[in-house]
Design a protein around this ligand. Sequence first.
Ligand code: NDP
Length: 501
Amino acid sequence: MADKPTMTTSAGAPVSDNQNTVTAGERGPVLLQDYQLIEKLAHQNRERIPERVVHAKGWGAHGVLKITGDISKYTIAKALQPGAETPMLARFSTVAGEQGAADAERDVRGFALKFYTEEGNWDLVGNNTPVFFVRDPLKFPDFIHTQKRHPRTNMRSPTAMWDFWSLSPESLHQVTILMSDRGLPTAPMFMNGYGSHTYSFWNDKGERFWVKFHFKTMQGHKHHTNAEAEQVVGKTRESYQEALYGAIENGEFPKWKVQVQIMPEADAEKTSYNPFDLTKVWPHAEYPPIDIGVMELNRNPDNYFTEIENAAFSPSNIVPGISYSPDKMLQARIFSYADAHRYRLGTHYETIPVNQPKCPVHHYHRDGEMNTFGGIKTGNPDAYYEPNSFGGPVENPAAKEPPLKISGDADRYNHRIGNDDYSQPRALFNLFDEGQKNRLFSNIAAAMDGVPGEIIERQLAHFDKVHPDYGNGVRKALKEAHGYEPNAVPVTGNTPQRAAE
Ligand code: NDP
């Protein structure tokens, strides 16, 4: 025993016996004074923190971003200069499933990245898809409610999903990707990542450029069909964790080619589509992707909870040379992601080791739950306000970004008016070969099981507008799968339900 450290309470006192509780007499009741027992039970009760409302089930690893290309004319960001190597963390996730949900489910995958740059943490909180279901953040909570459990049945509701989508045609692009092969990757290594939003770069001349980030899998794309996924889930619910953790333990480090699309600032007025619309891509022919480097994941976390569950990614985290855009969804996420972490992890969530920047941090925030950083971050107890005469940290105008040029009246602009929701899904549909189209049709038909005819017909009308072959293909698949005949049975209630998995 001498070579092992003595076990202690969390207050440091030695524990004499970790096998037997204190009882009054050998066969008597437990005494309240057995603080070791109480501390153990109390800690166990508090082992869970609120799970993320979205993206609850995740898998992650540490790695490095290596920059080989030269985009210094667009950005002063040190982490993006030629030769830069930046330690980073990735967390992949499904959107709708809870923490215990199976990995191999058809869903969009989160693709969240934290780069620990010498100028502060830069987070890119994207998905494995370049677009999203909605373009206006006012619709986001409603959309997520359709993906989660029905309040009465506590089951997932295809009726709610297709009702919302069919009433929100801006979702067509993302629905098409979700129901295509890429909607069910076999593991995180076999999918692309996209920053999805439009961000901006700014350079040493004060010029701004709009930018989209892409992470292209170097392992190749691999997907499950629905039937394959059912087999996988029947055997293991943790197929992604097994694959990602196992590959990294075996030294097979997954890599992604990192690319950017760059748009000169003034072009935003000229494109036929709104370049800040999260339901749209920038066609590659117009804005070709530029290779800038490689991202590699090469280290598994030592503790899943502290390094992955505690990881807090937020698009609000930018560094000099990288900034936001007028994308409404991005603007809302700048608030809501940091707010989610304050709720989930506490006010000082960025002092949790996995979230700590690897550069010096100086600010005047103080007090509050879990203030573990010694009170204030100014280096001088007298410098607890700003401005002060005690040598506290001061602003640095060199970090100021060029002004964001905005014109127009404040109003609630109808995002549907004049917006083409069909051309880009059509461009995608036209990329699919016959097999891909047939799987798209059958995946949609399977997902529509039990949905009232009125909603199905409304959605089919959207597919028809993308391409007549799209609508007709889904009609045929619906008939084959469920004997569905065109009808407009009115919606009488959100009753037909399907189990979550
Ligand atoms: P391109 O032909 O130049 O680009 C095609 C893009 O589509 C490639 O990035 C490719 O990704 C991706 N792609 C190819 N096959 C599939 C598939 N089966 N499922 C999903 N994505 C696929 O055309 P455009 O740039 O004009 O885009 C056409 C359509 O492609 C868009 O409307 C959009 O739906 C989709 N797309 C476009 C992207 C973009 O940023 N422009 C990004 C991703 C998809 P990869 O190289 O990894 O195979």
